[in-house]
Design a protein around this ligand. Structure first.
Ligand code: NAD
Ligand code: MN
Length: 346
């Protein structure tokens, strides 16, 4: 398609170290894609501590009106409540209606880890992430509550996205992850709504070839560790999707390998699955591959499949050769050296 204007939001921590790698991978494609324009945009906790704003209006405006895609690095959200602060990534997913977080987790021969080739499709707008929390004081002490929102609309569209992804994979299998044995109303609605997707009139038999099963979220984690090779596509409400994707990342050797896109009907934002990694920030050892692969996913989402494949193939060969790896994969190379090795192979 036509223009390629990509908002770049490094945000915090290693987000700032890995996002330039994603940009360099896209630039290395040369004329095989429309000439990209990169728009640097601000967000994050560090920005909040300096300016009182975690997600400036200008950033959202630029994404909505100037850009047709974005890359997000990572944000450092504090574990305790900070008055006035709210995570910009959670807000962006909602503001841009990026209702699906698609997370492919795939092992590469030659790297440590198990044989895994699955896609986790995480609902991205509701569940506990609506962050409606209250605290009261009772005679027995403090009491805190959170509201968990599951809607038919969001469950249906994430379900439809998951069926579509499953249909386009060789095994055509979908696992619905939930906990409706305990949460029969909320997770029950999610499960039933996703189950009903193939029978929707507008779907008209399109997903007949997709086989479906389901797994309670706790046994999902157990089975992912015991026999990860049995899973193909998994669809889950927001929080379970968040948790099982970090677990899946451990199976393939590192969080630094796992990419994602946040996708809606009219916008896409690439984002490595990992966070801001304060334990390694500033050491130039963050693995850039998750960010680079997120850029490839973004391009693929925009229809540039060959360009995406060139990036993925370059990453795969660097991993398979095993000479230039960051310490999370047992290597001694820096972020810059891994980026360089990938760019050279693109
Ligand atoms: P994390 O993903 O930042 O790090 C977990 C572990 O994985 C750490 O040991 C880290 O060093 C390692 N790791 C992560 N990415 C790596 C990479 N690219 N290369 C090498 N090693 C890597 O999770 P955390 O430590 O639980 O959270 C740190 C901060 O990040 C918190 O403030 C949290 O709120 C935030 N966070 C943000 C996002 C996001 O922006 N979407 C996601 C998860 C966590
Ligand atoms: Mn997470």
């Amino acid at each position: 398609s036509k223009k390629l204007t990509i908002g770049m939001i490094p945000a915090d921590g290693i987000g700032r170290e890995v996002l330039p790698a994603a940009q360099r991978a896209i630039e290395a494609l040369g004329s095989s894609i429309p000439k990209p324009t990169f728009v640097p945009l601000l967000a994050g906790f560090e920005l909040f501590t300096r300016t009182g704003q975690a997600l400036p209006e200008e950033t959202v405006d630029s994404l909505k009106h100037e850009c047709n895609a974005a890359m997000f690095g990572a944000v450092s959200s504090p574990s305790r409540k900070v008055t006035g602060y709210s995570s910009p990534i959670v807000a962006l997913r909602k503001k841009l209606d990026l209702y699906a977080n698609v997370r492919p987790v795939k092992s590469v021969d030659g790297t440590s880890g198990r044989k895994v080739d699955m896609v986790i499709v995480r609902e991205n707008t509701e569940c506990l992430y609506i962050k409606e929390e209250t605290q009261t004081t009772t005679p027995a002490g403090k009491e805190a509550r959170a509201t968990r929102l599951i809607t038919e609309r969001a469950s249906r569209r994430i379900g439809q996205m998951a069926f579509e992804i499953a249909l386009n994979r060789p095994n055509r299998h979908l696992t619905i992850v939930h906990k409706s044995n305990v949460l029969s109303v909320t997770d029950g609605l999610f499960r039933e709504t996703v189950r009903a997707v193939p029978k929707l009139p507008e779907v008209g038999g399109r997903y007949d070839a997709v086989t479906v099963d389901e797994q309670l979220v706790d046994s999902m984690v157990y089975r992912m560790f015991r026999e990860p090779e049995v899973f193909d596509v998994a669809v889950a409400p927001n929080m379970y999707g968040d948790i099982i994707s970090d677990a899946a990342a451990a199976l393939v050797g590192s969080l630094g390998l796992v990419p994602s896109v946040n996708a809606g009907d009219s916008f896409v934002m690439g984002e490595p699955v990992h966070g801001s990694a304060p334990d390694i920030v500033g050491k130039s050892i963050a693995n850039p591959i998750a960010a680079i692969r997120s850029a490839a996913m973004l391009l693929s989402h925009l229809g540039h499949h060959d360009a995406a494949k060139r990036i993925d193939d370059a990453v795969d060969s660097v991993l398979r050769e095993g000479q230039v790896l960051t310490p999370d994969l047992g290597g001694k190379s820096t972020t810059e050296e891994v980026t360089e090795a990938v760019v050279k192979r693109i």
